[in-house]
Design a protein around this ligand. Structure first.
Ligand SMILES: NC(=O)c1ccc[n+]([C@@H]2O[C@H](COP(=O)([O-])OP(=O)(O)OC[C@H]3O[C@@H](n4cnc5c(N)ncnc54)[C@H](OP(=O)(O)O)[C@@H]3O)[C@@H](O)[C@H]2O)c1
Length: 251
């Protein structure tokens, strides 16, 4: 039976590459998007060109109450378009970035980062776990900045750090169902993230490149293959781990 992945934030950047890498490895894929429905539709078309089933659903994690309606819509889509099969893989990737010095962070910014990066991951995973196939996996996308510090990332990295702890708990609590949980922690990748900070600032790009042993910043296609590998049987004994995918940054 063909397996199914749900990739949150699959309309652009890393999530798009994960969706295409998973499709390329023979997996049917659902993606979510927050606002960019056209970009999401393009990803769906690309997945279908690879011969896999695909669909895109809206999900804005700034409002945790959106999760219930999303889960209902997911169930309808699985029954209508995916022959009623449950999902096997959940990739919690959706997110946004901002450089906010700690003294300037507002409570609203704290709550937005909390909701999208931690509370959303917690309650979406909680809501979907019971309906997931046994033997699948959950991959949470965090960041190199949980290991090293980048000024202005206190809010963002704190939430991602919480997700890393959560991931080990998911691995422990759901191992009896054969469900693995791992973290993929990218370093700086040239996407639209944080107002396309890397792409729009050559000095920043050069500085970040110099921090990696491989002497460049990441590209989206550095990440998707690792996610596809972790979902594959080749990674069947990898569980509760944090894998940094960052070209050897700050070694
Ligand atoms: N790029 C980096 O340097 C980097 C490094 C380490 C970790 N990461 C992590 O990798 C993940 C993907 O980042 P990216 O670089 O691919 O960013 P991106 O290109 O900006 O894409 C972000 C994705 O998340 C969705 N999204 C944004 N806000 C959302 C919200 N409030 N609720 C639900 N979905 C939302 C977007 O949907 P729309 O297209 O509809 O807006 C889009 O699909 C994030 O978790 C990020 O923290 C990125």
């Amino acid at each position: 039976m063909t397996r199914i992945a749900l990739v949150t934030g699959g309309s652009r950047g890393l999530g798009k590459d994960m969706a295409l890498a998973l499709a390329g490895s023979g997996v049917d894929v659902l993606i979510t998007y927050a606002t960019q429905s056209d970009a999401a539709a393009d990803v769906v078309a690309e997945i279908k060109k690879l011969g896999r089933m695909a669909a895109a659903l809206p999900l804005d994690l700034r409002q945790i109450s959106n999760i219930e309606a999303f889960a209902d819509e997911l169930e309808n889509t699985l029954s209508g378009t995916f022959d009623g099969r449950p999902i096997d893989y959940l990739i919690n990737n959706a997110g946004m970035g901002a450089t906010i010095p700690m003294t300037e962070a507002t409570e609203q910014q704290f709550d937005d980062f909390l909701n999208v990066h931690f509370k959303g991951v917690y309650f979406l995973t909680q809501r979907l776990l019971s309906g997931m196939n046994d033997g699948g996996c959950i991959i949470n996308i965090t960041t190199g900045t949980t290991r090293f510090c980048n000024p202005g990332y206190s809010l963002y990295a704190s939430m991602k750090g919480a997700v890393e702890v959560l991931t080990r708990y998911i691995a422990k609590e759901y191992g009896h169902r054969g469900i693995r949980a791992n973290v993929v922690a990218p370093g700086p990748v040239e996407t639209d993230f944080n107002n396309a900070a890397i792409r729009s600032n050559p000095q920043l790009k050069e500085r970040l490149a110099g921090m990696a042993a491989l002497n460049r910043v990441g590209q989206a296609d550095d990440i998707g293959g690792v996610v596809a590998f972790l979902c594959s049987d080749a990674a069947k004994w990898v569980n509760g781990q944090r894998i940094e995918v960052a070209g050897g940054i700050n070694l």
